[in-house]
Design a protein around this ligand. Structure first.
Ligand SMILES: Cc1cc2nc3c(=O)[nH]c(=O)nc-3n(C[C@H](O)[C@H](O)[C@H](O)COP(=O)(O)OP(=O)(O)OC[C@H]3O[C@@H](n4cnc5c(N)ncnc54)[C@H](O)[C@@H]3O)c2cc1C
Length: 482
């Protein structure tokens, strides 16, 4: 990096658009996986696609690594800075560029939040389907990079099924268009490659998504079970009966306790609760809803609460969507794991997790997209107790091994990032990984765009994995953690 690099960044983004003092960049040292931290040399906040292009060209010219960042809610360290590199934060690219209800599409800049898209089209009776629980704050650029899912992705699919096109600044600084607003485009599916690439192939500067008409009817129930097996078998039986609910979510005792403490949704004090939501034409929903109730009872549901009004439904979802953050009420620190298993193996894997809870001495809450078999164990620990953070990491790794053993995958929706790149060889062969590296090399031959993420490359000097360690400014008494 030449001495004039920061000055050049300021010329592009303005004085208020570049941070380089240690305290200024503190916020950008990690994403929501807070135990991985790295200070960037600088953070730049461009406010247009052209400015992003100029920043990337500057990095390419000077050989400076850069990390794209949306709103920093990622749970796998995807936006973790790289030692000696800069962060390109996209939060100032937050304009809605066009709302085209007649053609059912909306084009936004990447810093627009997921929920804002629905807000834009709700008055016309439309919505944007992928709904990560972080949807109030996460950016659509981050959703594209992570191929984010959410409670309603069981029926409606993930981000990849709803993005039509994107403008992307490649690591060379070139601006290209991937995908199109039409049904299909000739040539390879570059947009498909971009979605889920975790910021390693380029920076999306505009994104066009598909919107859907609100269903005529929505019905939601909450069923409580004495055992996790009861809830797990109900999930398999509902899908086995040919019903595809809009969502099936499961929470266990610890997750229920945390949600109650944080947002008081009025959940029963059960071992497990299942939230099942059906949507579609009114007559269909009413018929299927009866079947779902019967299946829950057959599998031992102790209580079934049907949401009769919109506020009741909103209360149930508030409890579910707040569950991750709510863990802060029952534990000083927690680690969110994300793995997938075939639905039918859910009870078995959940039981292994319960055994691990007993043998590790760490409490583990479970809250997850049961319909997709997408587990989110929340491993509680206290970083102040020596050794606990390391034990939590080992427990998280063990759970991933269970998922892979059961024929599943090491991430369902939170991505690989910096957190899980080391586990990729457990799932992919050398040939698979080498192909992935070659694909990445076509876009980024010099490895400047979000290096050290997804693929198990040797870590760069100064990139420190593992549990939380005090930052130098904390050690010097200049900052403290709350
Ligand atoms: C409480 C909570 C609940 C969550 N629930 C869910 C859930 O239900 N489902 C789910 O899938 N995830 C969930 N997440 C994870 C997270 O919110 C998603 O991964 C989200 O998509 C990240 O968006 P972001 O804007 O915060 O991205 P960041 O964390 O800033 O970045 C994520 C990745 O995207 C890349 N990136 C960001 N913007 C761009 C861009 N414009 N172009 C290219 N690359 C880019 C970054 O380099 C990084 O690799 C949850 C997180 C929290 C904290």
């Amino acid at each position: 990096m030449t001495p004039g690099f920061l000055q050049e960044l300021r010329r592009i983004a303005g004085d208020g658009g570049v941070f380089s003092e240690p305290l200024e960049v503190l916020t950008y040292e990690c994403d929501a996986l807070t135990h991985l931290r790295q200070s960037p040399v600088a953070v730049v906040l461009p406010s247009s696609a052209a400015a992003v292009q100029r920043v990337v060209r500057l990095c390419a010219r000077e050989g400076v690594p850069f990390v794209p960042r949306g709103h920093g809610t990622g749970l796998s360290g995807g936006a973790l800075p790289v030692a000696g590199g800069i962060v390109i934060a996209l939060s100032r690219l937050n304009r809605v560029l066009s709302v085209d209800v007649a053609n059912r599409r909306v084009t936004v800049e990447p810093g627009v939040t997921n929920l804002e898209i629905t807000r834009q089209v709700a008055p016309s009776g439309y919505y944007y389907a992928p709904d990560p629980s972080s949807q109030q704050v996460c950016s659509i650029g981050g959703n594209v990079a992570e191929n984010s899912g959410g409670a309603h992705c069981l029926k409606y699919g993930f981000t990849v099924h709803h993005v039509l096109a994107a403008d992307v600044v490649l690591p060379s600084g070139e601006l290209v268009r991937m995908g199109s607003e039409f049904a299909d485009t000739p040539g390879p599916d570059l947009l498909g490659l971009l979605i889920g690439s975790e910021g390693t192939l380029g920076i999306a500067t505009s994104i066009t998504v598909r919107i859907l008409r609100r269903p005529e009817a929505v019905q939601t129930l909450l069923a409580a079970f004495d055992t996790i097996e009861g809830g797990g078998s109900a999930v398999s039986d509902i899908i086995g009966a040919g019903i595809v609910p809009a969502a099936i979510e499961m929470m266990d005792r610890l997750a229920i306790e945390a949600a109650e403490a944080a947002v008081h949704p009025g959940f029963p004090a059960a071992d497990t609760v299942l939230i099942v939501e059906l949507d579609g034409p009114d007559a269909e929903v009413r018929g299927l809803f009866d079947t779902v109730e019967q299946i829950c009872r057959k599998n031992g549901a102790t209580t079934i609460e049907v949401a009769r009004t919109e506020p009741q439904r909103a209360r149930i979802w508030k409890g579910r969507k707040a569950a991750f953050a709510a863990m802060g009420r029952v534990s000083p620190n927690y680690y969110v794991q994300d793995g997938v298993v075939p639905r039918t193996r859910l009870p078995e894997v959940l039981n292994r997790i319960r055994q691990l809870e007993r043998s590790s001495g760490l409490r583990i809450g479970n809250v997850f997209h049961a319909g997709d078999g997408n587990l989110h164990p929340l491993i509680c620990y206290d970083e102040k107790v020596p050794g606990q953070a390391g034990r939590a990491e080992a427990v998280a790794a063990e759970i991933l091994a269970y998922c892979i053993d059961a024929g599943g995958s090491l991430t369902g929706e939170h991505g690989v990032g910096a957190d899980k790149s080391q586990y990729m060889p457990k799932m992919f062969s050398d040939a698979d990984l080498s192909l992935m590296r070659r694909v990445r090399g076509v876009f980024d031959p010099r490895g400047l765009c979000n290096p050290g993420k997804v693929l198990p490359t040797p870590r760069l000097c100064g990139e420190v994995p593992g549990p939380y360690r005090a930052h130098p400014v904390e050690r010097d008494g200049l900052a403290e953690r709350f």
